[in-house]
Ligand binder design. Structure first.
Ligand code: TRP
Length: 365
């Protein structure tokens, strides 16, 4: 097995991507892509996984494939450096999943904490689609098909990676060293692990209207930031305020860099001083929000502009995806061939097997 370092990661196309995706994973991918420490990088749009809980709404998934592709390009993913593709176009992934299903028990799937929460959130109760229930297995196929060593994702994906690693170990134990065990790569900044919604709720979600999208207009961004959740006990400017659970400060932890003070808030030398003043009292929410807005606008403007540029030539985006699918398919087919060889289900190109059977039947005469 090669020791190549390979990155793989993906997103479900159920909506446009937002700043939580950006700090949780996208930004890191672009850095990894440009650093050149990895020999290959695969980034894919997990439309088949999105269908596992959107089977009544295929049009939503279909529309969002192109939205996510545009978000990728806007953030700086570069198809000359990374293979960008669509999951459903790689049938080898289904084949791999089919064999992986034999390596996982129902009770193991039932224990997957992310799946458990998702089942509750979607009110599936007794009507869980089998495809949804088993998506961690298909995700293990996504990862291993490309021999990924490194998977940059958010914290919620940890159980998926753990399950993928178990599948790899079990497969390799039964059939011999064939598959690569992947490692998760989490954001190094705690605030980026899970960015809360603008309303302070733990998760950004489209239905709660608490996301800031990468494609959002400057006005929308400002509106959302100026109405963000802070400390409900901080009523007057002179009151002492809380930092913990204060979304504006959580966002500053995630997005603020030292040079931002000189640029946008020269009265303060750094974030620690700004926080201290807020806690002492005498610093109003509006001032802090304006500072955050300046930072967010600086970050999102180039992304929004690039997105606009790419969206002027949609056929070119589909062409890019198609090329990515061709490259990805070849890579997945290569792994699948190894897998079939290891499982000895490569009947027609196994000369030894055929010779063995010839001998066995000859002996019967
Ligand atoms: N489950 C991931 C999410 O919800 C998407 C995904 C599918 C993925 N397959 C993957 C991520 C493989 C990393 C690797 O965001």
């Amino acid at each position: 097995m090669s020791k190549e370092k390979i990155i793989l990661t993906g997103d479900r196309p159920t909506g446009r991507l937002h700043i939580g995706h950006y700090v949780g994973s996208l930004k890191r991918r672009v850095e990894l892509q440009d650093a050149g420490d990895y020999s290959k990088m695969f980034v894919f749009i997990a439309d088949a996984q999105a269908l596992t809980d959107n089977i009544d709404n295929p049009e939503k998934v279909r529309q969002n494939v192109i939205e996510v592709a545009l978000d990728y390009l806007a953030c700086g993913l570069d198809p000359t450096k990374a293979t960008i593709f669509i999951q459903s176009q790689i049938p080898e992934l289904c084949e791999l999943s089919f064999y992986f299903m034999d390596l996982v028990t129902v009770s193991r799937l039932q224990r997957n904490p992310t799946v458990k929460t998702e089942i509750q959130m979607r009110n599936f109760e007794t009507s869980i689609p089998v495809g949804f229930f088993t998506y961690p297995i298909s995700q293990a196929a996504d990862i291993t098909a490309f021999r990924a060593t490194t998977v940059p994702v958010g914290e919620d994906q940890e159980p998926m990676l753990e399950q993928a690693r178990e599948i790899v170990r079990r497969f390799n134990y039964i059939y011999g060293e064939t598959l690569v065990e992947p490692e998760i790569l989490l954001p190094d900044n705690a605030a980026c692990l899970r960015l809360p919604g603008t309303d302070g709720k733990a998760k950004m979600s489209k239905s709660l209207g608490n996301c800031i999208y990468l494609s959002e207009s400057a006005d929308e961004i400002q509106k959302k930031i100026m109405s963000m959740y802070t400390d409900p006990g901080h009523l007057r400017v002179q009151d002492p305020g809380k930092i913990e659970g204060n979304t504006v400060f959580t966002y500053l932890d995630a997005f603020c860099r030292p040079e931002h003070f000189e640029l946008y808030l020269p009265d303060y030398p750094n974030l620690a001083e700004l926080k201290a003043h807020y806690q002492r009292g005498g610093l109003g929410d509006v001032k802090v929000k304006r500072f955050l807005n300046a930072i967010m606008q600086e970050m999102l403007e180039p992304i929004r502009n690039r997105r606009k540029e790419f969206s002027k030539d949609i056929p070119a985006v589909y062409e890019m995806l198609k090329n990515g699918c061709d490259v990805a398919r070849a890579a997945a087919a290569d792994t699948l061939s190894d897998v079939k060889k290891a499982m000895k289900i490569n009947y027609f190109d196994d000369a030894e097997l055929i010779a063995e059977q010839v001998k066995r039947f000859a002996g019967q005469e």
